[in-house]
Design a protein around this ligand. Structure first.
Ligand code: ADE
Length: 239
């Protein structure tokens, strides 16, 4: 998969993608990243990339032309069609289902805004999809782009050591993850639940499912409405 990042700070997103699972995905050639700085496409001595908003008000708005030229350069760098995503608090909320869908694309272009945002005409002309990573305001789209890169990179085939672990993640089945324990069995902070040492895989799976359901019910009851629950799940929830 190829991801192009359009940003005034493209190195920031690249740095976020240099470590751990995402870094390894890069080393294995599962993901390539390219940064494009609209300032490199801006005109004049000052290489302006922003201007004051028409109609007044605080802050600055990113100019159409430097962004458009950076996007055109990114598109031209590879013949594969790219889906262009603009990260902004006005976008639809990113979730794991959307991450899965994005991870299946051969190419993404992530457009990061700064200041008050981007001229609306550029968004209408170029953007396929506007996404938000949550209901709070960041000072730019770069952290949100790094979130998208991380979440889609770990889903690329071969990115994770244990092929199972993406399937067992939180949210893959619409529920929160169960708790995890490792050595030692006895610790001053507590003991590991007995069932996990029983060797009885069916009982362990049932315990984990029950923990997932219980946590989701306690912490994120909103998710239960959307999750596909079986009859057995409903029994576990009532237990
Ligand atoms: N840019 C600023 N805030 C953002 C958010 N919450 N999600 C995505 N992009 C953003």
């Amino acid at each position: 998969m190829r991801i192009d990042v359009i940003s005034l700070f493209p190195e920031f997103v690249a740095q976020c993608a240099a470590f751990g699972v995402v870094g390894r995905a890069g080393e294995r050639g599962l993901l390539t990243m390219h940064g494009w700085n609209p300032r490199d496409y801006a005109e004049g001595n000052y290489r302006r990339v922003d201007e004051r908003p028409f109609g007044g008000g605080p802050g600055m708005v990113m100019l159409i032309d430097p962004l458009r030229a950076a996007i055109a350069a990114a598109r031209a760098a590879d013949p594969a069609p790219a889906r262009l995503i603009y990260l902004s608090p006005q976008g639809a909320r990113l979730d794991q289902a959307k991450v899965r869908e994005l991870a299946g694309h051969e190419r993404l272009i992530l457009l990061c805004g700064r200041y008050e945002g981007v001229d609306e005409r550029l968004i209408r002309a170029e953007v396929d999809e506007e996404l938000s990573i949550g209901d709070y305001v960041l000072s730019g789209g770069e952290l949100a782009a790094a979130v998208v890169v991380d979440a889609v990179a770990r889903l690329q085939d071969g990115a994770l050591g244990d092929a199972e672990s993406a399937v067992q993640d939180s949210f893959e089945d619409g529920l929160l993850d169960c708790p995890h324990y490792t050595r030692p069995v006895e610790h001053e902070l507590g003991s590991v639940p007995q069932v996990l040492m029983s060797g009885n895989h069916a009982r362990i799976a049932q315990w984990r499912r029950q923990q997932s359901l219980g946590r989701t019910w306690q912490r994120r009851p909103d998710l239960l409405n959307e999750a596909a629950l079986s009859k057995a799940d409903r029994k576990l929830l009532e237990a």
